[in-house]
Design a protein around this ligand. Structure first.
Ligand code: ZN
Ligand code: ZN
Length: 335
């Protein structure tokens, strides 16, 4: 099969991501072999390819928004069948026994492993996944539309929950890419007023089309104080701005796995009156199942931009340069 490999982590313009030939992987006892049909392109893939995240597996294949079909079963797998459509996401394994796992916070498990970082992911014709961490997918939605829901959607959903938006509340979204435009749809369906703050004119247009009450540049203030805000842009400089935009008691959730340094904060205008800053770390399988059900119920729709699997490097360069709105999805056109 063909697969992309992070041969030399570094700027994606410099060709460290290579399209190589590899044997089709063998599923372990508790794993599924998945024939990849579509794989979303997440900003985390860019961080893996460029070495912003430390190397966990040399030459790893990125990709953790995989929609595919079960093509083989490990000896111990029960409850899945060959030919069934499944999703493969970022959280790949936990120990299930530590204090965090036991209290329902498996996203904090120190022994957790991640698809497309610790193990090869979906920028390939085939991949494997532990059956316990594969998602069953709703019918009636095509592969390309589903792929971005598996990370961008799920993490956006966890960020929305972490931001503790009150019913009918005022939500600010800083950055409006793959994750934010899915999160916005759930928030709007649940009755929130959404204000989008992002530098891209096309993204602001998409935000208004989806029903946002306002869309401004990320350096501007929203038209009203916010009950909650989510920072999707990996830009620490925006943290003080977002905190100033919060109403008293407001919560800012930071959705990214990687953030440039946060500048010194001004206590009176940015933290006092019980404003809170919270990070968001990965997600639990429960978050994933909850979001996939909500997405199906509310008809959450990913705005996608497709690339053939053989052009994953171009997709990552375009993501880095902000050349599309919504979410990029690789389509397996090889097998
Ligand atoms: Zn654990
Ligand atoms: Zn992701």
């Amino acid at each position: 099969m063909r697969a992309w490999s992070v041969a030399a982590p570094g700027p994606v313009e410099e060709g460290g991501l290579r399209f190589v030939a590899r044997p089709v992987p063998e599923p372990g006892d508790d794993e599924l072999l998945v024939h990849v049909r579509a794989c979303g392109v997440c900003r985390t893939d860019l961080h893996v390819a460029e070495g912003d995240l430390p190397v966990h597996r040399p030459g790893v294949t990125p990709g953790h928004e995989v929609v595919g079909v079960v093509a083989g079963l490990g000896a111990a797998v029960r409850g899945f069948e060959v030919g069934e459509r499944v999703g493969v996401a970022w959280l790949r394994r936990t120990d299930g026994t530590c204090a965090y796992c036991v209290r329902g916070s498996e996203n904090l498990c120190p022994a957790s492993r991640y698809t497309g970082w610790d193990a090869d992911g979906g920028y390939a014709e085939y991949t494997v996944v532990p059956a316990a961490f594969a998602y069953r997918l709703p019918g009636g939605v095509d592969d390309v539309s589903l792929a971005p829901l598996l990370c961008a959607g799920i993490i956006g959903h966890r960020a929305l929950r972490r931001a503790s938006l009150p019913p009918g509340g005022r939500l600010g979204l800083y950055g409006f890419g793959g994750s934010a435009h899915l999160c916005a749809q759930v928030a709007l369906a649940e009755g929130a007023t959404v204000h989008v703050l992002t530098r891209g004119a096309a993204a602001r247009e998409l935000a208004l089309k989806l029903g946002a009450a306002s869309a401004r540049d990320s350096r501007e203030m929203p038209p009203e104080p916010l009950d909650s805000a989510i920072l999707f842009a990996p830009v620490g400089d925006l943290v003080p701005l977002a905190l100033r935009a919060l109403d008293r008691g407001g919560v800012l959730a930071i959705a990214g796995i990687h953030l440039s340094d946060v500048p010194a904060l001004h206590y009176e205008s940015e933290l006092f009156y019980e404003k809170e800053v919270r990070s968001v770390t990965s997600n639990t399988r429960e978050d994933g199942r909850e979001f996939l059900a909500l997405a199906a119920r509310h008809g959450v729709h990913a705005t996608t931009h497709t690339y053939p699997l053989s052009q994953a490097d171009r997709a990552l360069r375009d993501l880095k340069a902000g050349r599309f709105d919504g979410a990029a999805v690789l389509v397996n056109d090889l097998s």
